[in-house]
Design a protein around this ligand. Structure first.
Ligand code: FES
Length: 144
């Protein structure tokens, strides 16, 4: 039987993490191909309902990553995202959803190696948790 390969959706900001992930590629640093990136102008732009949508569509894990504190190109978008995540995490807890499947990080444009390490770590964590089948069955996701 083939090893479980999780599907991970990463919501990343254009200015820091997306550029950092690009640096990972141009530096030829290898990392798992489990991550599908969605580029946003800023993590402050993330509608956290998109996390549920990602799980609806078959994701086993989600990453949210943007600029380090005080480096956001829109001044405080990353702080807004962090505050909203704290509230949304409580909402997920209330609904009985697995918050261990959501990972939050700060990765700058100069941290290609850090991005690779982070993706490796999240992929291993999600592999240990296994497929998010209970939610996917509940949501009627089209799991391929
Ligand atoms: Fe990167 Fe705001 S521009 S988190």
């Amino acid at each position: 039987m083939a090893e479980f390969e999780p599907k991970i959706v990463a919501f990343v900001c254009n200015w820091c993490t997306y550029a950092g992930a690009d640096l990972t590629g141009t530096s030829r640093i290898k990392y798992p191909s489990n991550v599908r990136m969605i580029r946003l102008p800023c993590t402050g732009r993330i509608d956290f309902m998109l996390l549920l949508k990602a799980f609806d569509q078959g994701a086993d894990g989600v990453i949210i990553s943007g600029c380090h504190p005080n480096d956001c190109h829109y001044t405080a978008g990353n702080f807004h995202a962090r505050r909203r995540w704290i509230i949304f995490r409580s909402f997920m807890d209330y609904l009985g959803l697995d918050t261990q499947r959501v990972h939050f990080a700060w990765v700058s444009a100069a941290e290609g190696a850090r991005w690779a390490e982070f993706v490796n770590s999240v992929t291993q964590d999600i592999k240990k948790l296994g497929p998010y089948e209970p939610y996917q069955k509940l949501a009627g996701a089209g799991v391929e």
